[in-house]
Design a protein around this ligand. Sequence first.
Ligand SMILES: Nc1ncnc2c1ncn2[C@@H]1O[C@H](COP(=O)(O)OP(=O)(O)OP(=O)(O)O)[C@@H](O)[C@H]1O
Length: 541
Amino acid sequence: MKYARWFIDNSRGIRLNILVRIMAGLLQTGLALCVVWLSKRLIDDVAMRGTMSEMAVQALLIAAAVVAGVSIRQLNQYLANKAFIKKVAELRLAIFSQLFNRRLFEANDIHSGDVTSRMAKDIDAVSETLAVQLPQVVVMTIQLVGAFLLMRWFDSRLAWALILITPLAIIIGKYISHRLKRITLSIREDESRIMARIQESVELNVVLRALQGERWMQDRVEELQDRQTANYIRRSRFMVFSRFALGCTFGLGYMLAFVWGAYGLRTGAITFGVMTSFLQLVGQIQQPILSLLGAFPSIIYSTASIDRLKEMEHGEEKQSCDGEDITTRTLLGIRMDNVTFRYAKGDREVMSNFSHDFHPGTKTAILGTTGAGKTTLFRLILNFIQPDSGEVTFYGNGFTHAADKSLRKNVVFVPQGNTLISGTIRNNLLMAKPDASDEELHTALHTSCADFVFDLPQGIDTVLSEHGGGLSEGQAQRIAIARGLLRPGAVFLLDEISSALDEDTERALFSRLFATRPSTTILLITHRKKVASLCDERLEI
Ligand SMILES: Nc1ncnc2c1ncn2[C@@H]1O[C@H](COP(=O)(O)OP(=O)(O)OP(=O)(O)O)[C@@H](O)[C@H]1O
């Protein structure tokens, strides 16, 4: 039921397309049944007693119905492709935007390689079911009912005999669906693990080679690959078995119709026309049933994918107000009152009853041993994580507000490490302020001591590869600082931004920064005493 709800909710945007295809499918069914009826008339009435011209008219009618049927099928195919492409794009965008709303630093975070796999394979699987398979199932069901009713009109006993096979198909289907879903889930999970390993191998290629860990990594991928292959084969065997069982059932059904018809012809109970119709109708009942059986595994696979996509929706970031950014022009201070925090239940407390007041406009150096909780402090201020108890409050001239996502516009955060993306230096900077003028970009680069950019042959339009590839660590760090400087914000959170800089550049950087931002409240994490001595306050964590 929950899957039905998901499909209904997500059919938005392609409902008209689906409706048109169902109507077209109905028309197609009507035409196919018309062909059956016209064939019967051609044989029983026109061929036996009619004139040549009547026969020609009848044959033309059949040909027209056949051509119309084929045209509608092609149109259906085209519309199905269109709906599929549209749904994939829509779902991908929706899931992509959720990436920026999910709660961060959760214990059960999904691996980035897994996210990539879900965004490709799972989205394709559910879109295929939603846009292609399900509408086809509706049409096939209608076709089945239509053919059944027409057959009942010709000979009700035979129709019932054939339809009795269906419960058998349902029982077999139910038996395999449960196992099929389990195998599919484990195939998808392994796919995610493989993608995660591949992604890490690309990203940490140099490290792996230096550690001579290539063989180790290849063995891990091979293990996963072997397990996945075994599951794929298990699933195929399962499908072969089920198709064999169902194929036999329907094959026998066809034979039953054939023998029944032959017997009827012998006893004179039916005409040659009825016999022809029988055989056509048996085909028309079998074909939708077989198509339904074909659609069945894909639908099962896609329910596994829905579960995996839903997992990505979970854990929306908390926000106290209605999502509007709050921007304040006053100087801002940050007060931490008795803050206690641990990352997950059972973990040790990273912070216990921590209190401190970062006064408006002050520059505070935050020092402490590795793992003491300095970065965690920044995450709390940015509200990426929330205290288990205690409060983090922003305050200023007549302004007080609990730390919240809506206040992020007032905070500039420059994390440690290389955080540049591929593309030009300009684009890396514009990410922080899309409408920044050239002058603003130049000023930011100068303040962050990144003047070296102007000496590059392509200057600010130099193209970088992944993670700012093409630059040294220290150069990338300074561009990341310039990017932060383009943001508005009365509070700067700088996490070891000068760790890759030489002493002279580091001193120049902080003196330019403090000179150009005299009233900005700056919290900077550092391990260097010299940097700390440039600040108004020191906080040991
Ligand atoms: N996402 C997380 N999940 C669980 N524990 C975490 C997570 N991030 C950090 N921790 C733990 O919280 C503690 C504080 O980490 P934090 O990154 O704040 O330290 P730090 O003082 O910034 O260290 P460093 O100077 O090495 O950057 C560490 O013991 C770390 O193991």
